[in-house]
Ligand binder design. Sequence first.
Ligand SMILES: [Zn+2]
Length: 146
Amino acid sequence: MFCPKCGKEVADGFNVCPYCGSALGQQQPQYNPYGQPQQAAPVNPVVKNGCATAGLVFGIIGLAAMVAAIAFAYISIYTLSVGLAQFALVLTYISLVTSIVGVILGIVGIIMATVKQKGHLPVAIVGLSLAAVALLLWVVPMPMPA
Ligand SMILES: [Zn+2]
Protein backbone atom coordinates (compact mmCIF):
# COMPACT_ATOMS: atom_id res chain seq x y z
CA MET A 1 0.00 0.00 0.00
CA PHE A 2 0.99 3.61 -0.38
CA CYS A 3 0.78 6.40 2.20
CA PRO A 4 -2.01 8.74 1.08
CA LYS A 5 -0.13 11.74 2.48
CA CYS A 6 3.47 11.38 1.38
CA GLY A 7 2.96 8.73 -1.31
CA LYS A 8 5.76 6.45 -0.13
CA GLU A 9 5.24 2.72 -0.23
CA VAL A 10 4.48 1.31 3.21
CA ALA A 11 4.38 -2.39 4.07
CA ASP A 12 0.95 -3.70 4.92
CA GLY A 13 0.28 -3.84 8.64
CA PHE A 14 1.46 -0.34 9.52
CA ASN A 15 -1.16 1.88 11.11
CA VAL A 16 1.08 4.92 10.92
CA CYS A 17 3.29 5.86 8.01
CA PRO A 18 6.93 5.38 9.11
CA TYR A 19 8.01 8.20 6.80
CA CYS A 20 5.66 11.05 7.64
CA GLY A 21 3.71 9.82 10.67
CA SER A 22 0.37 10.17 8.93
CA ALA A 23 -2.34 7.75 10.07
CA LEU A 24 -2.99 5.15 7.43
CA GLY A 25 -6.37 3.84 6.35
CA GLN A 26 -8.26 1.16 8.24
CA GLN A 27 -6.98 -2.35 7.72
CA GLN A 28 -10.30 -4.18 8.06
CA PRO A 29 -13.02 -3.78 5.47
CA GLN A 30 -15.93 -1.91 7.00
CA TYR A 31 -19.51 -3.05 6.94
CA ASN A 32 -21.26 -0.78 4.51
CA PRO A 33 -24.94 -0.45 5.43
CA TYR A 34 -25.84 1.48 2.32
CA GLY A 35 -24.42 -1.00 -0.10
CA GLN A 36 -22.55 1.74 -1.90
CA PRO A 37 -19.17 0.90 -3.26
CA GLN A 38 -16.47 2.10 -0.96
CA GLN A 39 -14.18 4.71 -2.37
CA ALA A 40 -10.90 3.32 -3.50
CA ALA A 41 -7.88 4.39 -1.54
CA PRO A 42 -6.04 7.26 -3.19
CA VAL A 43 -3.58 5.80 -5.61
CA ASN A 44 -0.04 6.99 -5.52
CA PRO A 45 0.17 9.30 -8.51
CA VAL A 46 2.74 8.00 -10.92
CA VAL A 47 5.16 10.78 -11.60
CA LYS A 48 5.62 11.02 -15.32
CA ASN A 49 8.92 9.89 -16.68
CA GLY A 50 9.21 11.58 -20.05
CA CYS A 51 12.62 10.10 -20.81
CA ALA A 52 11.29 6.55 -20.50
CA THR A 53 8.41 7.20 -22.89
CA ALA A 54 10.56 9.12 -25.37
CA GLY A 55 13.23 6.41 -25.16
CA LEU A 56 10.63 3.79 -26.02
CA VAL A 57 9.46 5.80 -29.04
CA PHE A 58 13.03 6.27 -30.30
CA GLY A 59 13.81 2.62 -29.62
CA ILE A 60 10.82 1.48 -31.68
CA ILE A 61 11.70 3.85 -34.53
CA GLY A 62 15.36 2.83 -34.41
CA LEU A 63 14.61 -0.88 -34.49
CA ALA A 64 11.89 -0.56 -37.15
CA ALA A 65 14.16 1.56 -39.36
CA MET A 66 17.02 -0.94 -39.01
CA VAL A 67 14.85 -3.96 -39.79
CA ALA A 68 13.38 -2.13 -42.79
CA ALA A 69 16.88 -1.09 -43.92
CA ILE A 70 18.14 -4.68 -43.85
CA ALA A 71 15.03 -5.87 -45.69
CA PHE A 72 15.28 -3.17 -48.36
CA ALA A 73 19.02 -3.79 -48.77
CA TYR A 74 18.45 -7.47 -49.53
CA ILE A 75 15.47 -6.71 -51.77
CA SER A 76 17.61 -4.20 -53.67
CA ILE A 77 20.18 -6.92 -54.40
CA TYR A 78 17.59 -9.16 -56.00
CA THR A 79 15.81 -6.36 -57.84
CA LEU A 80 19.10 -4.64 -58.72
CA SER A 81 17.52 -1.39 -57.59
CA VAL A 82 20.14 1.21 -56.75
CA GLY A 83 17.47 3.59 -55.48
CA LEU A 84 16.20 1.00 -53.01
CA ALA A 85 19.75 0.33 -51.83
CA GLN A 86 20.31 4.04 -51.27
CA PHE A 87 17.01 4.24 -49.38
CA ALA A 88 18.16 1.33 -47.21
CA LEU A 89 21.41 3.16 -46.53
CA VAL A 90 19.51 6.28 -45.46
CA LEU A 91 17.35 4.13 -43.19
CA THR A 92 20.42 2.70 -41.47
CA TYR A 93 21.60 6.21 -40.59
CA ILE A 94 18.11 7.18 -39.39
CA SER A 95 18.19 4.03 -37.27
CA LEU A 96 21.68 4.83 -35.97
CA VAL A 97 20.68 8.31 -34.78
CA THR A 98 17.33 7.29 -33.27
CA SER A 99 18.85 4.19 -31.63
CA ILE A 100 21.62 6.20 -29.95
CA VAL A 101 19.05 8.74 -28.75
CA GLY A 102 16.86 5.83 -27.58
CA VAL A 103 19.73 4.27 -25.62
CA ILE A 104 20.56 7.59 -23.95
CA LEU A 105 16.91 8.32 -23.10
CA GLY A 106 16.42 4.75 -21.90
CA ILE A 107 19.40 4.99 -19.54
CA VAL A 108 18.24 8.39 -18.26
CA GLY A 109 14.72 6.98 -17.88
CA ILE A 110 16.00 4.04 -15.83
CA ILE A 111 18.07 6.37 -13.65
CA MET A 112 15.06 8.64 -13.10
CA ALA A 113 12.84 5.64 -12.31
CA THR A 114 15.25 4.15 -9.77
CA VAL A 115 16.91 7.19 -8.22
CA LYS A 116 14.18 9.82 -8.44
CA GLN A 117 11.34 7.37 -7.83
CA LYS A 118 9.61 8.23 -11.07
CA GLY A 119 7.51 5.62 -12.80
CA HIS A 120 7.75 3.83 -16.12
CA LEU A 121 10.79 1.72 -15.28
CA PRO A 122 9.58 -1.15 -17.52
CA VAL A 123 8.97 1.34 -20.33
CA ALA A 124 12.52 2.65 -19.99
CA ILE A 125 13.96 -0.87 -19.96
CA VAL A 126 11.96 -1.90 -23.05
CA GLY A 127 12.97 1.29 -24.88
CA LEU A 128 16.64 0.77 -24.02
CA SER A 129 16.43 -2.88 -25.10
CA LEU A 130 14.82 -2.07 -28.47
CA ALA A 131 17.38 0.64 -29.18
CA ALA A 132 20.22 -1.68 -28.15
CA VAL A 133 18.90 -4.45 -30.43
CA ALA A 134 18.72 -1.92 -33.28
CA LEU A 135 22.39 -1.05 -32.71
CA LEU A 136 23.32 -4.75 -32.47
CA LEU A 137 21.71 -5.31 -35.89
CA TRP A 138 24.65 -3.40 -37.36
CA VAL A 139 26.56 -6.72 -37.14
CA VAL A 140 24.18 -8.09 -39.79
CA PRO A 141 26.13 -8.02 -43.07
CA MET A 142 24.46 -5.54 -45.38
CA PRO A 143 24.63 -6.31 -49.09
CA MET A 144 25.57 -3.02 -50.66
CA PRO A 145 25.89 -2.62 -54.40
CA ALA A 146 29.48 -2.33 -55.52
ZN1 LIG B 1 3.60 9.03 4.69
